[in-house]
Design a protein around this ligand. Structure first.
Ligand code: TYD
Length: 221
């Protein structure tokens, strides 16, 4: 069966992965390649509604605190819809799918950050996603403190400009993010063939060039 290429971007909030994903998409499109981009949570109409529940720090005022396992289940409900509606059809028609976050985020944030553990996350992944794995994952792991400072500044701007509040995760403390960071490191160590970890704090352009090199080598193989 012919199949496209599934590439995910991972990292902490503020790691620069969304910028890099957009730059890679523009580059691949300029080469005439058929590229589909999406983000998680979100990326479908249902997913955008789930995203609202998950990320709005005010939603807890109306729903009450979201239990970690409910949060995990909502992440996978979002993912199941994205796979059915966007990712599988695109891969079946030979496209390149660039996804901003996927199951590694659930393993890092819910498994690590919320301390549900990797085993439970991977079991749900198997049941809900049929084991669909990215061909390549670009994991941006620059310095933890710098990433957090960037994410917090960005969230402040967002609230002031757009009036939207996607603050629930950014409110978490440093210890939470240390656990997330550590979980990402474990994923990279466990799956070195799939996960390309970029740890340094080089310029956006330098990292962009590196990502292009990694992706081109994979697409050609
Ligand atoms: P988003 O605004 O997309 O952040 P970023 O630009 O940093 O990716 O928000 C996504 C948030 O949701 C982010 O804090 C990570 C969190 N998240 C999880 O906790 N588990 C998941 O499975 C996914 C996909 C995201």
């Amino acid at each position: 069966m012919s199949r496209g290429t599934f590439i995910t971007f991972e990292g902490l909030d503020g790691s620069g992965k969304t910028t890099q994903l957009n730059r890679l998409a523009a580059h691949l499109r300029a080469q005439g390649r058929d590229v589909v981009t999406l983000r998680q949570p979100g990326g479908t109409a249902l997913g955008d509604r789930i995203r609202g529940i998950l990320l709005d720090s005010r939603s807890e005022a109306s729903t009450g605190a979201i239990a970690p396992i409910a949060e995990l289940a909502l992440m996978f409900a979002d993912r199941a819809q994205a796979i059915a509606e966007v990712i599988s059809p695109a891969l079946e028609t030979n496209k390149i799918v660039l996804c901003d976050r996927f199951t590694d985020s659930s393993e890092a944030y819910q498994g690590g950050g919320r301390q549900l553990g990797s085993e439970q996350v991977l079991a749900i992944h198997q049941a809900v996603c049929g084991g669909l794995l990215p061909d390549l994952t670009i994991l941006l792991l620059p310095d933890l403190a710098a990433s957090l400072a960037r994410a917090r500044r960005r969230n402040q701007r967002h609230v002031q400009q757009a009036g939207t509040d996607e603050n629930r995760f950014e409110r978490e403390g440093d210890v939470f993010y240390q656990r997330v960071y550590h979980a990402y490191e474990e994923i990279a160590a466990r799956e070195p063939h799939r996960v390309e970890a970029i740890r340094d704090d080089a310029s956006i352009e330098a990292i962009e060039a590196r990502i292009r090199g990694i992706v081109e080598a994979r697409i050609e193989n």
